[in-house]
Design a protein around this ligand. Structure first.
Ligand SMILES: Nc1ncnc2c1ncn2[C@@H]1O[C@H](COP(=O)(O)OP(=O)(O)O)[C@@H](O)[C@H]1O
Ligand SMILES: [Mg+2]
Length: 342
């Protein structure tokens, strides 16, 4: 079966050692299982470009694609099950797969240490904090550092989804110069999209997936700055909260899938709000990130940012599967996020 696999490109042919499955399989392979080209095209238009992508999509969502009957969806699902008989892996295989995980430096050694090396791929890292705590500056810095080779890492392109209209390409230039990179080349490697509504923000993810697929293995980072701003505007009433959380859950779930499917790091920023219940309690910090449990559960690692002295900021691990809760001080400089000089 392995030889039939549509190998994506040499770069991504990073195959598992004792297993001839490439990192992902194109939906085109469905042709060999009786699915016609027109239907494959429709899948791709819906942002579903890989067999894994289909497995990560519910039958209900597939049936919502124009021209897809329930029978067709069943046929596609069956074909996928045949193609990918790897639902179970041994722990050793999981460990091999985890070896493909890379980390992108924040620009500050202290901050990296806090994160166990940097922003991890196949995961969502969320940074939340009040206004001016450096969330957007960190987003910009990562756009540049993602392009630099690191440990087990070759560097790659970036997609930036901007919901607050605070993306500044000129900041990328200054940050690129700090690292001795050619600014024009750095800017050329960052794809930018402005999202105007929460719905638009979600739709853009389909295009993100298509882009990741089109240039397989080339993109390494997806930034969403910020994740909640538009959801907050679009669903403002109390009565709309449940609806908002449901849409947010869909967005986050697709974000998670994209990070795993294409082995990219996803970095999202988030705002904070006063916790109305907290004024009545003796909580030390009455502010908390918005997005509730949905966001809390979807983010792999959560970092809180707060102001320190002058241009310094303090990052604290809020929630991580494998890092202890601790803090790091860093600085916001012209060249982006850096270590604080003391
Ligand atoms: N070119 C720069 N050089 C140094 N510091 C900067 C520069 N641009 C912005 N900053 C600092 O970054 C901070 C704003 O951070 P930002 O990432 O926009 O905050 P947030 O997104 O969390 O609201 C400001 O305090 C500002 O001093
Ligand atoms: Mg910002």
């Amino acid at each position: 079966m392995g030889d039939q696999v549509v190998a994506h490109n040499g770069e991504l042919g990073s195959e598992y050692e004792d297993d001839d499955q490439p990192f992902y399989q194109n939906v085109e392979i469905l042709q060999e299982h009786g699915i016609n080209v027109a239907d494959i095209k429709k899948l791709k238009a819906a942002g579903i470009c890989t067999i894994k992508g289909i497995q990560m999509t519910t039958r209900r969502r597939l049936a919502a694609i124009k021209g897809f009957s329930e029978a067709k969806v069943d046929k596609i699902k069956e074909a996928c099950a045949k193609i990918d008989q790897h639902s179970f892996m041994t722990a050793l295989q999981v460990s091999d797969k985890r070896r493909e995980v890379f980390k992108i430096t924040t620009g500050s050694k202290e901050f990296d240490k806090l994160l166990g090396g940097g922003m991890e791929s196949m995961a969502i890292t969320e940074a939340f904090g009040e206004f001016r705590t450096g969330k957007t500056q960190l987003s910009h810095t990562l756009c540049v550092t993602a392009q630099m080779p690191g440990v087990n890492y070759s560097g790659g392109k970036v997609i930036f989804l901007d919901t607050e209209h605070t993306f500044r390409p000129d900041r990328l230039r200054t940050i690129a110069e700090r690292f001795g990179l050619d600014a024009t080349a750095v800017l050329d490697n960052v794809l930018y999209a402005r999202a105007y509504t929460s719905e638009h923000q979600t739709e853009l993810l389909d295009m993100v997936a298509a882009k990741f697929h089109e240039e397989g293995g080339v993109f390494k980072l997806l930034v969403v700055d910020s994740v909640m701003a538009l959801f907050r505007v679009d669903f403002s009433g109390r009565g709309e909260l449940a609806d908002r959380q449901q849409r947010l859950a869909q967005f986050m779930s697709r974000l998670q899938k994209v990070s795993e499917e294409y082995n990219v790091a996803v970095f999202i920023t988030n705002q904070m709000t006063a916790d109305p219940g907290a004024t009545m309690s003796f909580q030390a910090d009455p502010k908390k990130p918005i997005g509730g449990n949905i966001l809390a559960h979807a983010s792999t690692t959560r970092i809180s940012l707060r102001k320190g002295r002058g241009e310094t900021r303090i990052a604290k691990i809020y929630d991580s599967p494998d890092m202890p809760e601790s803090e790091a001080t860093f600085a916001i400089t012209g060249g982006g996020i850096d270590d604080a000089k003391d």
